[in-house]
Design a protein. Structure first.
Length: 231
């Protein structure tokens, strides 16, 4: 009878975890995707070798005062082409940590700071123009779903113009249609002059833009990041 009872308990436990397997595994298994991209000089557009790239993996802890736990980290440096790759990361976790996990990517090079990111996107809803009825009310918005392109993400800097600050604080990123975007980004076939010209010369309401929430996180897809020398 004891053996039968034990088998019954095991069957029940298997059934419970079969139903809740995804939830249970999220508690005890930490997983993060790989990260990849290229680092270039924001002004010369030349690759930067030897830039330290670190992925810091963190998880939120349960409790009255939520705090975070450092799960681990992986680091690498860019090669002569400015490219880097950090493989996916998996480890076991104690069950009292929540699923809320996140990764911070650190980019470190002496006398440099982040200036911009260029990220490939697919099938995004693009706002092509906005027409205002008055300063508080929009009359119409021209939108279209674009199959492929890139977004230009400006980084924080002490030397930002008012226009750059407006773009950063908005809920959108400037969008530029490019076919086979990721391949062209890998090959550095990026129309920098066109991008920068459009961003800084056009009225913000006529600049093609996409909602930030529809853009992949930097480096989860092949991303180019531009670093600018500090004074």
């Amino acid at each position: 009878m004891k053996k039968v009872s034990l088998i019954g308990v095991i069957i029940i436990l298997i059934a419970i975890f079969s139903v809740r397997d995804a939830f249970a595994w999220r508690w005890i298994l930490y997983y993060e995707t790989s990260f990849k991209g290229r680092v270039i000089d924001a002004e010369t557009k030349k690759p930067l070798e030897g830039v330290m790239i670190t992925a810091n993996y963190r998880k939120q802890m349960m409790g009255i005062e939520a705090n975070t736990h450092d799960v681990g980290s992986q680091s690498t440096v860019t090669d002569k082409n400015g490219e880097f790759y950090i493989p996916s990361y998996t480890t076991f976790m104690a069950p009292w940590y929540l699923k809320e996990e996140f990764t911070e990517i650190e980019i470190s090079k002496d006398r440099y700071q982040t200036d911009f990111f260029i990220i490939p996107v697919k099938n995004v809803n693009v706002v092509k123009s906005v027409k205002w009825k008055d300063p508080q009310h929009i009359e119409s918005i021209e939108q279209e779903v674009m199959e492929e392109g890139i977004v230009y993400v400006k980084g924080w800097s002490e030397e930002l113009s008012d226009r750059e600050i407006t773009l950063i604080r908005s809920n959108d990123y400037p969008f530029f249609p490019i076919k086979d975007a990721e391949t062209k980004i890998r090959n550095m076939e990026i129309p920098f002059e066109h991008i920068e010209g459009e961003v800084y010369s056009k009225n913000i309401d006529d600049l093609w833009r996409v909602w930030k929430g529809s853009v992949p996180l930097p480096f989860t897809v092949y991303t180019v990041v531009g670093l600018k020398k500090t004074k």
